[in-house]
Design a protein around this ligand. Structure first.
Ligand code: 13P
Length: 250
């Protein structure tokens, strides 16, 4: 049985004070969530330590949104994996399309980052997804398979077992346009098939999340699909009630 996960990517939203309040509300309401659903929140870097103090010991996991591609040194403005682990992070999002698109994050950089994250004991939430042009050209399978293989095929099975994959079609992020359950299921199944080519039966154990305008009104249909194991939530994760309602959709 795969782990069900609902993760909230807060992106560049909330002040520290607002973030602490949001984390407290999530923790308070997390009592309603079935035991087989794991909640994770990914606040901005500046919030990690105070939010860690809120979530510590509650079962709500803490994730960063990114990490540096070097271990330490003269990399002004970057945050290293051991710094994230040191403030209580257990996870880090990697390869979010906003980082690929706006900050030139390449598969090569992601290979560096994923190995550093795993070595620091963090579980990567590794994002893949095609843009609208690629989808309209019918290239979504090829694009996503290449993103999966270029990075995840560099891992050992032991490392891969710690990775969470998130499929986030770029055209569905923050647009209100969700992939249909059918579109999402078909690509999740494809990702699992691609993982199985390299990792065999382990692919059946890997949690694959859907992200892109996932909200309380559509989560149930998405989570009912056999290869969709939860969600990576943007906008709706900024309201504790919506975030919890999504987690109650299994
Ligand atoms: P939205 O839920 O706001 O579409 O964002 C999804 C996302 O990018 C999560 O990482």
């Amino acid at each position: 049985m795969r782990k069900h996960i609902v993760a909230g990517n807060w992106k560049m939203n909330t002040t520290v004070a607002e973030g602490v309040e949001l984390a407290k509300a999530v923790v308070e309401k997390s009592a309603e969530i079935p035991a087989d659903v794991k909640l994770i929140i990914a606040p901005p870097h500046t919030h990690l330590y105070p939010v860690h103090e809120v979530v510590e010991g509650t079962g709500v996991g803490l994730s960063a949104q990114n990490c540096a591609d070097h271990e330490k040194g003269a990399f002004t403005g970057e945050i290293a994996v051991n710094m994230l682990a040191g403030v209580g992070c257990e996870y880090t999002i990697l390869g979010h399309s906003e980082r690929r698109q706006y900050y030139g994050e390449t598969d090569e950089k992601l290979v560096e980052k994923i190995h550093l994250a795993l070595a620091a004991g963090l579980s990567p939430i590794f994002c893949v997804g095609e843009n609208l042009e690629e989808r309209e050209a019918g290239r979504h399978f090829d694009v996503v398979n290449a993103q999966v293989k270029n990075v995840l095929n560099t891992l050992t099975a032991e490392e891969m077992a710690k990775v969470i994959v998130a499929y986030e079609p770029v055209w569905a992020i923050g647009t209100g346009k969700t992939a249909s359950a059918e579109q999402a299921q078909e690509i999740h199944a494809e990702i699992r098939k691609t993982l199985a080519e390299k990792f065999g039966a382990l692919a059946e154990e890997i949690t694959i999340l859907y992200g892109g305008s996932c909200k309380p009104s559509n989560a149930k249909e998405l989570f009912a699909c056999p290869d969709i194991d939860g969600g990576l939530i943007g906008g709706a994760a900024l309201k504790a009630d919506d975030f919890i309602a999504i987690a109650l959709s299994f």
